[in-house]
Design a protein around this ligand. Structure first.
Ligand SMILES: Cc1cc2nc3c(=O)[nH]c(=O)nc-3n(C[C@H](O)[C@H](O)[C@H](O)COP(=O)(O)OP(=O)(O)OC[C@H]3O[C@@H](n4cnc5c(N)ncnc54)[C@H](O)[C@@H]3O)c2cc1C
Length: 412
């Protein structure tokens, strides 16, 4: 937020020490949680593309400390012009979004904010720095769960609510930002507000999906629903892009599945469909059915597969797995652990997310496959439909009712 509302200029050594002194004395009067930056503290993020060294890091012991820091900057014209502040969640951005860009910046380490997770029947109140995986584990103890997720759960609540939080449940429940009832926010003036659809609505909709530019989320009230115990987790392969798209749209419009994503699989040579660039192209739909009673889920799955078989191009043997709801939602953690073992997690992650209107999805796919580098080696290419009416018009602008989300992740 503040990183853009306060002009980003270089400051002289004298000014730097003056500003440092003012800021440090303001915060250290309550505690000593503002620590000067030292080289051994990592300033990279998950992307490992941008690295920057802030002046200091605030490990807040309360929202009040964050407010004090911002007030002390805002009330001093020199500091306001020269300092930048960036709130940092789990730092899983890929291009420096949670870093300050220069050495006159302060990082607010949200994961150090005292953590709390209060579970009620229909909602959870959580601190902004809480990781989604912890919220899931805690809510499951009471048989409840948030409805909308990201593919990976070691991200902070404040961090994903700043970008939207989109995954395979979005077609049903909307993105994570459509599943928030209320927020506590600290603004760029250091004021603390509670906001919701009815209270300070401009701030509420500004902060949700606001890329961290409109305020710091210190508490979020997230909608919960009844958590299933298990899921049927199905992967179906396709050779035909048209059928792949048709079946994805069929599944989400019928509302018969609880999660759906798709993938374009690119492999080097030796399968039937070879792209002009020498890559084999196939497709995979991944969907999930929640259940408590296996027999009910199996019947539903049989009906779905019968319907899909009518298209004629689905591969004959879908991969079907029964998994606990927790293990399914936490699936990327397993991949992370495997990649870590091979030293392939802590590498650079160039990453592109785009919404493509339905009318252009085939042209976009052709362009992508034709132009992708021959050296393409790793990283999933995820593609799935979303429904515009599940996205609040206060946060999103779409020109078509049906769009596709494409996520291209590449480990470098
Ligand atoms: C492996 C992996 C899988 C992912 N899968 C998905 C996915 O399926 N769907 C999806 O939507 N995204 C996905 N993401 C992207 C992820 O949601 C964003 O990068 C998110 O911002 C990361 O959260 P974070 O806690 O790491 O935030 P950070 O990287 O720390 O911060 C991100 C932005 O939010 C701001 N911010 C952080 N905390 C707060 C706060 N408390 N209040 C206000 N602003 C704040 C920061 O200043 C910054 O601008 C994935 C990322 C990774 C690494």
């Amino acid at each position: 937020m503040i990183k853009h509302s306060i002009t980003n200029m270089r400051i002289s050594g004298l000014l730097l020490s003056l500003s440092t002194l003012v800021i440090f004395s303001t915060i250290s009067s309550s505690s000593s949680t503002l620590i000067p930056f030292r080289k051994n503290i990592s300033t990279l993020d998950f992307g490992r593309i941008i690295e920057s060294n802030p002046l200091a890091i605030l490990n807040p012991e309360s929202p009040k400390e964050i407010a004090q820091l911002i007030q002390s900057i805002f009330s001093n014209e020199t500091l306001m012009i020269n300092m930048t502040v960036a709130q940092r969640g789990a730092a899983h951005s890929t291009y420096g979004q949670s870093q300050t860009s220069t050495s006159n910046g302060i990082i607010v380490n949200m994961t150090q904010l005292p953590s709390f997770i209060h579970i009620e029947e229909s909602f959870a109140d959580v601190a902004g720095g809480v990781l989604w995986v912890d919220l899931l584990a805690e809510s499951l103890k009471k048989g409840r769960s948030p409805r909308s997720w990201t593919d990976y759960l070691y991200l902070s609540v404040g961090g994903t609510l700043s970008v939207a939080g989109i995954s395979g449940q979005t077609f049903k429940h909307g993105p994570q930002i459509s599943n928030v009832i209320e927020l506590d926010v600290i603004t760029g003036r250091g004021e603390q507000f509670t906001c919701s659809e009815k209270m300070n609505a401009d701030l509420f909709y500004g902060v949700l999906g606001g890329l961290g530019q409109f305020g710091i989320i210190t508490r979020a009230r997230i909608i919960l629903h009844s958590a299933p115990k298990m899921v049927k987790w199905v992967k179906v392969k396709y050779e035909s892009f048209d059928q792949f798209i048709k079946d994805q749209e069929f599944l989400i419009s019928q509302g018969v599945v609880d999660y759906l994503e798709g993938e374009i699989i690119l492999q080097h040579k030796n399968l039937s469909k070879v792209s002009p660039r020498g890559l084999n192209v196939s497709y995979s739909i991944e969907f999930v059915i929640h259940y408590d009673e296996e027999i009910v889920a199996q019947k539903k799955l049989d009906e779905i597969l019968d319907e899909l078989k009518k298209g004629g191009t689905m591969a004959p043997l879908p991969k079907i797995e029964d998994a606990s709801y927790f293990d399914f939602l936490n699936r990327v953690r397993k991949e992370e652990m495997e990649l870590r073992k091979e030293g392939l997690w802590e590498v650079a992650h160039p990453w592109l997310n785009v919404f493509v209107p339905r009318a252009h999805i085939k042209r976009f796919k052709d362009l992508l496959v034709e132009t992708i580098a021959d050296t393409y080696t790793a990283g999933p290419l995820i593609i799935y439909p979303i429904l515009r009416h599940k996205y609040s018009s206060s946060s999103f602008l779409f020109s078509t009712s049906f769009s596709y989300l494409i996520k291209k992740k590449q480990a470098k």
